[in-house]
Each structure stands twice: as structure tokens, then as C-alpha cells.
Design a protein around this ligand. Structure first.
Ligand SMILES: C[S@@+](CC[C@H](N)C(=O)[O-])C[C@H]1O[C@@H](n2cnc3c(N)ncnc32)[C@H](O)[C@@H]1O
Length: 300
């Protein structure tokens, strides 16, 4: 039914040859299928096809050639099936850098920039040559943000997904921090015997039954292993919290992204597994519970 409806709403007619007209045509097509920011996305897709910056799209003279129009139609059709824009373009912005992303790898979200900023703020307080751990690195977003924050910081970045680790490795190489990040296949702490001054994690935290109700971009196309946090959404978070005291240096920090409504349960759980000097939940910019922050006590 949903697919039939999308077929009716798919782009109609031929791709206009003039970029300014093509821009409006793409935006109208995206709007018809319910894309929230059709003009912004149309500009990004067209810029990608034309190989120019988004600001140049509507102002370039001339015509789209046959190959550009074919590619534009192909990308637009996929986007109208709610295929995520970052997978189409192959990249996504994160803080002040660009990450390549591909199908099978979780697309970093703006909320996670909040986690990265909090972690980066702590970096100057860590000793020289400190070690950090990023559990479930995906594109490498958090590990790379940390490695860029200070040039003596070393990071272990783990994931169970080989596709994600490959993508993260490539991002670290392109951004010039590969020498200080060790990528490792590991189920949580399974292949991580070391201790760290900082542990960051944005693990899967969606309650399993809520996954089908997420936007189609997420539920249909993003890797389930990056979303599924078990029945209540807190299964992986609990495992990270309970494992972290053994892997943190005294006064080491744990920063996790969490789901809205999970704060109280996780604070209670964390208090039961270790003595924390500090332990709190902070909200994201939309005022939703999003970050669990703990600093381990000097003696555990
Ligand atoms: C929500 S994504 C976060 C990716 C990245 N850190 C970010 O913030 O964009 C969760 C990641 O954890 C990985 N993951 C899921 N279960 C895991 C486990 N048991 N051990 C390690 N990584 C896991 C997934 O493959 C996915 O890459």
C-alpha cells in the first residue's frame, strides 16, 4: 500500500534542463512525498550531480547535460523512496568535519555532536598521552572528534560491524588521525582488556518495538544493529555502564548517549555498579534527556 502510494507520488515528467527549473522540480517532487526540507535537499542533490557547491546551484547558467539529468532522476527516485540523503550523497557533516558514510553504517546525528562536544571539553583535563575508548564507532565520528581535539590523545574505536569499521578507518585516514586511532572488532568490552581515561559510546538504545514506527529513512534503511537496544532500549547501555568501572582509570569519565525517558533508570543502575565522583543526565538542544555523564571515584 505504502509503496503504491509512493509510486503515485514519484517525480512526474522529464527533468528540466535549466538548473534553476530543475531545482524547483526536484523540490516539488520531494515535497510531494513528505520530505521535511525539500528545497534544502533539492539544492544538495543538484549540487552533487553538478559537482558544484550548494550556493551555486540556482545561479549557474547553461543546461544540465543528458548524464546529469539521468543521475538526478536516479537520485531523486531513490530519495522519494525515503532512502536517506547522506547515503545518496555519500557524506554527512559532523562538528567541523565531513564524514563519508555508506549503507550499512549508522548516519551520525546532530544529538551526537552534543556528546562529542562534551567529550572534547574534557580532553584538556586528561593527562598527556591519555587513552580514550569509543564503543560502537560507526563512521568513527566520536573517535575522530576526540583524536582531532589533542594530538597526543590515543583512541581505541570498536564495533561489531566490519562495514562500519572499514568506513571509520577510511574517515580517520582521510582526516589525518589514523595513526592515533586503533580500530578493533569487539562486542562491547570483549576484545578490550585495557583501561582508559575516557569512554564514549552512542550505542543502540531504541526500544525494539519502537523501531517499525521510526521514520522510514531509519526503519527501512539504517542498520538494525545500530538501533536495537533490546526490549526497553537500555540493554546495551546497561552492559556498557556495568563494564566501564573495570575499564576506567581512577577519575576516568564515561559519556553515553541515551534515549529520552531512560535517564532515571540508568542513573539508578549506574549508582549500583560503582562509586562515582559525579553522575548526571544532561539534555540535548531539544531539551530531551540525552547524555549520561559519570566520573569514576578515585577508589572503586
Ligand atoms: C547508534 S550507532 C552509533 C555510531 C557512532 N558512534 C555515531 O555516534 O554515529 C551504534 C553503533 O554500535 C555498534 N554496535 C552495536 N552493538 C554493538 C556491540 N555489542 N559492540 C560494539 N558495537 C556495537 C553498531 O554497529 C553501530 O555502529
Amino acid at each position: 500500500m505504502a509503496r503504491k502510494l509512493i509510486a503515485v507520488l514519484m517525480p512526474q515528467g522529464n527533468v528540466p534542463e535549466r538548473p534553476s527549473q530543475a531545482l524547483r522540480w526536484v523540490a516539488r517532487s520531494l515535497s510531494r512525498v513528505g520530505i521535511a526540507s525539500p528545497l534544502r535537499e533539492a539544492r544538495l542533490i543538484l549540487a552533487h550531480v553538478m559537482g558544484v557547491g550548494p550556493a551555486e546551484v540556482g545561479v549557474r547558467d547553461g543546461h544540465l547535460d543528458r548524464e546529469e539529468r539521468r543521475l538526478l532522476k536516479e537520485l531523486l527516485d531513490k530519495r522519494c523512496e525515503r532512502y536517506p540523503l547522506p547515503y545518496l550523497l555519500g557524506y554527512v557533516g559532523f562538528l567541523d568535519f565531513i564524514l563519508c558514510v555508506r549503507p550499512g553504517v549508522f548516519i551520525p546525528r546532530p544529538e551526537t555532536e552534543g556528546l562529542a562536544e562534551r567529550a572534547v571539553e574534557l580532553v584538556p583535563t586528561l593527562p598527556r598521552g591519555a587513552w580514550a575508548l569509543d564503543i560502537g564507532t560507526g563512521t568513527g565520528a566520536l573517535a575522530i572528534a576526540l583524536a582531532r581535539a589533542r594530538d597526543d590523545l590515543r583512541v581505541v574505536a570498536t564495533d561489531t560491524s566490519e562495514v562500519a569499521l572499514r568506513c571509520a578507518w577510511e574517515n580517520a585516514w582521510r582526516l589525518g588521525v589514523l595513526e592515533r586511532i586503533e580500530f578493533r572488532t569487539s562486542d562491547l568490552f570483549g576484545a578490550v582488556p585495557e583501561t582508559f581515561h575516557l569512554i564514549v559510546a552512542n550505542p543502540p538504545y531504541v526500544p525494539r518495538r519502537e523501531i517499525p514506527g521510526l521514520p522510514p529513512e531509519v526503519s527501512l534503511w539504517e542498520p538494525r544493529a545500530a538501533l536495537d537496544g533490546g526490549e526497553k532500549g537500555t540493554e546495551v547501555l546497561r552492559a556498557i555502564i556495568s563494564g566501564s568501572p573495570k575499564h576506567l582509570e581512577p577519575r576516568g569519565w564515561l559519556l553515553c548517549e541515551i534515549g529520552h525517558g531512560q535517564g532515571e533508570e540508568l542513573l539508578r543502575f549506574a549508582k549500583g555498579v560503582a562509586n562515582w565522583l559525579e553522575l548526571r543526565v544532561e539534555e540535548d538542544l531539544a531539551r530531551r534527556e540525552r547524555y549520561l555523564i559519570g566520573c569514576l571515584g578515585p577508589m572503586t
